[in-house]
Design a binder for this molecule. Structure first.
Ligand SMILES: [Zn+2]
Length: 141
């Protein structure tokens, strides 16, 4: 099995994530189409489609935070054009073994997601979860 796939299945099978997360089919037309996800507010390039962790799944994850806000999250191995704030925290983390920091668009400051950093032996050591509602897709390289 693709180690990426195994990791994602393992991550969403954890008790906390299983209670709060739902794996949904990606209905976005961009699935598999080369292009960039940009900040929905200012257009800054943030992540390329081919950098996605769950590319082969064609799915995104739905999470809620303790404030009841719901996020449709897609996961990337890396991202650009982001700035991170705060110290890594494991509080209410969506992924067991990972601490998170909030990620903002470097140009306009819009909150676009989180970076997750492993606090255990988990792989990958780091990945980025971006809110699909905060992004806009554009085709092209
Ligand atoms: Zn922006």
């Amino acid at each position: 099995m693709n180690p990426e796939l195994a990791w994602l299945k393992s991550a969403v099978a954890q008790p906390r994530a299983a209670a709060e997360a739902e794996v949904v089919r990606e209905d976005a037309p961009e699935a598999g189409v080369p292009g960039w996800f940009t900040c929905a507010l200012c257009g800054e390039r943030v992540a390329h489609e081919t950098w996605r962790l769950e590319l082969h799944l064609g799915r995104s994850l739905v999470f809620s935070n303790p404030h009841g806000l719901v996020f449709h999250l897609a996961l990337w191995a890396k991202a650009i054009g982001l700035t991170f704030r705060g110290h890594p925290s494991e509080e209410h983390t969506w992924f067991e073994g990972y601490a998170w920091r909030t990620a903002f668009c470097v140009r306009c400051g819009s909150h676009v997601g989180w970076v997750f950093e492993a606090t255990s032996a988990a792989e990958p050591r780091t990945f980025v979860g971006l809110s699909l509602a905060a992004l806009k897709f554009i085709t092209g390289s």
